[in-house]
Design a protein around this ligand. Structure first.
Ligand SMILES: [Cu+2]
Length: 134
């Protein structure tokens, strides 16, 4: 009889925990107003945001597929970035930026057309990434 009570209370506790976790997840999903295009691309208030991480090993992801014909911002998130990846360039747009060691840098890319490619690079050209617009 005692065993049954213990098992019953464990089952009830587990159910309550599961309900709490599930309802929390649902709430978080509703709070997000941004539309995710791919894992690192989202649209916030009608502006496409492309998220790239800059860190010791270069830029990530190396290739991004994004939507064409929409106002676009490149958001570089520097994380413990101490190397030459801090000296960032987009040659075709004549952009040269010194990225912080930690922090966010936003660069406006305009509204790229379908088929357009934007190449980001460190100043030496050893670390690169590509954004394809379609
Ligand atoms: Cu470099």
């Amino acid at each position: 009889m005692k065993t049954i009570l213990i098992v019953t209370s464990i089952v009830i506790s587990a159910t309550i925990i599961a309900i709490v976790i599930f309802s929390k997840d649902t709430k978080n999903a509703e709070d997000v107003k941004a539309e995710t295009i791919t894992s690192n691309v989202l649209v916030e208030d009608g502006i496409q945001v492309i998220q790239v991480v800059s860190t010791g090993g270069g830029y990530s992801p190396r290739t991004t597929n994004a939507k064409a014909n929409i106002e676009t911002v490149l958001r570089i998130n520097s994380e413990n970035s101490y190397g030459c990846e801090r000296s960032f360039r987009i040659p075709q747009l004549d952009i040269n930026e010194i990225l912080p060691t930690n922090g966010i840098t936003e660069i406006e890319l305009g509204s790229p057309k379908a088929g357009e490619e934007i190449f980001g690079s460190c100043s030496m050209g050893m670390y690169t990434f590509t954004i394809n617009f379609n």
